[in-house]
Design a protein around this ligand. Sequence first.
Ligand SMILES: *Cc1c(COP(=O)(O)O)cnc(C)c1O
Length: 419
Amino acid sequence: MKSALTRDALRSTDPELFDLVEREHRRQASTIDLIASENHVSRAVREALGSLLTDKYAEGYPGRRYYSGCDVVDEIESLAISRAKTLFGADHVNVQPHSGSQANFAAYLALIPSGATILAMDLSHGGHLTHGAAVSFSGKLFRAATYGVDRKTGVIDYEHVRSLASHQRPSLIIAGASSYPRIIDFSIFSEIARDVGALLMVDIAHIGGLIVGGVHPSPVPYADVVTGTTQKTLRGPRGGFILSREAYAAKIDSAVFPGSQGGPLMHSIAAKAVSFLEAQQPSFKEYARAIVANARIVAEVFLDEGLRVVSGGTDNHLVLVDLANLGITGREAQDALERAGIAANRNKVPYDTRSAMIAGGLRVGTPAITTRGFSADEVRLVARCICEVLREPTSELARDRVHRAVLEMCERHPIPGDD
Ligand SMILES: *Cc1c(COP(=O)(O)O)cnc(C)c1O
């Protein structure tokens, strides 16, 4: 029998779609990706994702499925679970959530009744839509109170969190963010939660890879439940997971299936298992250290060049720039950078008065360029290129100069699979 892994049937069956994938391939290969939530997966992860495991229905959990023929996928899911347990040191792991948002939905369903009060970081201060934003299920099903960062320091105001918690009496406190550049102190959050009788959920969607790489403290000893994604710093497939204490295991599992999902995506769970194995290697620790070192270089260059860096620097994989003093919006910055071959997203900064579509800031992340092996000097050059574009967003000369430098660096550092 031939190998089960797909080869190049797509080209002959659907040339139109094949060409689109190739166009995206060329775009990724020739773009410097600084979107903090993106990464480039290994070829092994991609092969698992593209496998025939997508054919199998496996509602339920290993050893407790509704369909026959689940012996092999049982082993695959058990492997993913045991690897994640080792990686995070968690009592219980659920690897079935289709995404980070699904993981959060299931965690809420398991922990609190609808109408309950949650206390989470404000979206415009770095929180996530699923942490109680009005447009999200989380803001419709729960009463959301929000905390933010200190106006001067840009760091979470833990005393404010404490006083909000004692006034709002939330059932659940949520820590974790999408655009917060500093270490989060989970021990303070757990103390506050304990004092007001709330449960603590930590969402590590962005920083999962930094935690297993040993460059950010782990929330596992402090939180009742931890949710996360595999596609960001963890460098796995697009998907979610939930870690919990044993006491919540049964509730979490039934909130995922049958509570909020049907059949698990076995190809995705297999790819999660591969990425967990990759994250257990000593080289992943080096990768995580390099992500942070590179983000620090970006922050230093920005500060040297007079940019306003929220919180004055970074402890993690991202740098948040307040563009107010440059006289351009986040949207203009994003578009000008894209024309020069650099992908970074517009982002609200704390106390931003603009809408999320325009935004007054720019978020710059280093997970993807670190995967591609950019050196410290190249990261410095990338940061200088960004400054050049931000200073002269409409200059074709600046754009062309930067674009040439971008293409040279991309050529030197192919994306995984092209090397
Ligand atoms: C990215 C993110 C999510 C959602 O993940 P999706 O897979 O896009 O649904 C949840 N929480 C935080 C903090 C995130 O940054």
